[in-house]
Design a protein around this ligand. Sequence first.
Ligand code: UN1
Length: 516
Amino acid sequence: LSSRASTILSSLDISTTDEVPGVYDGQWGGSGEVITSICPTTGEILARVKTASPHELSEVLGRTREAYTVFRDVPAPRRGEIIRQIREALAAKVRLHLGALVSLEMGKIKTEGVGEVQEFIDICDYAVGLSRMMNGRIVASERPGHSIFEVPNPLGVVGVISAFNFPVAVYGWNLALSMAAGNATVWKPSHTTPLCSIAVTNIVSRVLESNGIPGAVAGLVTGGRDAGSAIAESRDIELVSFTGSEHVGKIVGKTVMSRFGKTILELGGNNASIVMPDADLSLAVPSVFFGAVGTAGQRCTTTRRLYLHRDIAPEFLERLQTLYATVKPADPLADNTLLGPLHSHAGLKTYNDTIEHLRSIDAEILTGGDRYTEAPLDAGNFVQPTIAIPKSVDPTDHIWKKEAFAPILNVAIFDKLEQAIQWNNAVPQGLSSSLWTRNMQNLGKWIGPSGSDTGIVNVNVGTSGAEIGAAFGGNKSTGWGRESGGDAWKQYVRWSTCTINFSNNAPLAQGVNFPA
Ligand code: UN1
């Protein structure tokens, strides 16, 4: 193991010599298949991780269920105090160590790795407050001497199936709300980022145990498809929060629905930025640059489509290409790197296939279009951020309607805002979109009924980089899920509508007469 990798792993108490246990339910274990964690920058094997056997999977689910029956009776503000301690444990030095591990194992650059841990810290703060504010309502009853309460009770067990691109933050969003609501959580991370999940679970479990709370309140099962299926199929899991592809999301959604479980689905994004002629290009150009190139194009919220008004298109593209020319691919942990590698070989294949497709349809490739093959980049999955102008602007064409998880930005030119909005809305996905304008009428149209149909609708703000305070999620084939802020917490509770009679009579609703 390289000394750098071993320093990062040791700083988070992960063994650098043995196979690493990847299952936690109060105790660490793992007697199933062994998976490897591979550094996308160097190709080095970072660790071998012992995943859950089928028997262990069902044991973990059982323990998680038991842990829930303990945790649901802990008063919510007390649960909030435990979340506050998790927040403290994540802050300070750990924030940097864990951020570095995200960069090492996932491949995103240092500030984005740390930023991801910051999202976890922020949602903990939010959930601490929420733990004293998850209020129900009292509804006016039509019957005298009656009251109706809507009571948020804990839901049960929440299964979190997360993706490689946000190997820490997405779990954080779910864990914090789930714990505030009084649930136990079981986490199945991406099989290519097991170390991030082990490091996080180390931190969380210590806080739980030091508070006398069963560790299985935040269980972990690393593994592949079997572990994911076990969670989707288990009747002991009330809510499955899944982040990943539309293809797998469809299977998970159907499986959970077939047992009438609840889901939160965060699937593909295919996000557009629309630039009007009155836009401030000094804001729009760098924001589109970050949206398209940041995280090497591997955010659900990455800008994949750019619609430019004809009047500003040449200038915009020139300025954007100038920024693209400054990008130097490098080690994501080195200071000032803006472009790390793609996470995996699968990502490389997506990139190659998409570029090949662009060439086959005679798209103009303004910049990019290749891997970086010189040493030392050849050891990692480095690709050139690409800007392409497909000949066809038809949003139902493959190149426009399919999300390719790579730094490829497709551009089209429009004359009227209505046309750009129609293109924006014509794809199956509906996660994020942004309009660049200083005109109030454009803004009003964009955020209203005839405007953007995505879950996140921005103005003079790029498509990526949402804050945790607002609800995060998308519509249509993105899955309609909402996480983090807004009303997202309401999905993590079971609502009890309680009608209470404190009178001496028992009148029926709607004035029904039923004399006994
Ligand atoms: C994701 O890509 O799955 O808005 C989540 C953003 C981040 C979260 C992205 N806050 O880009």
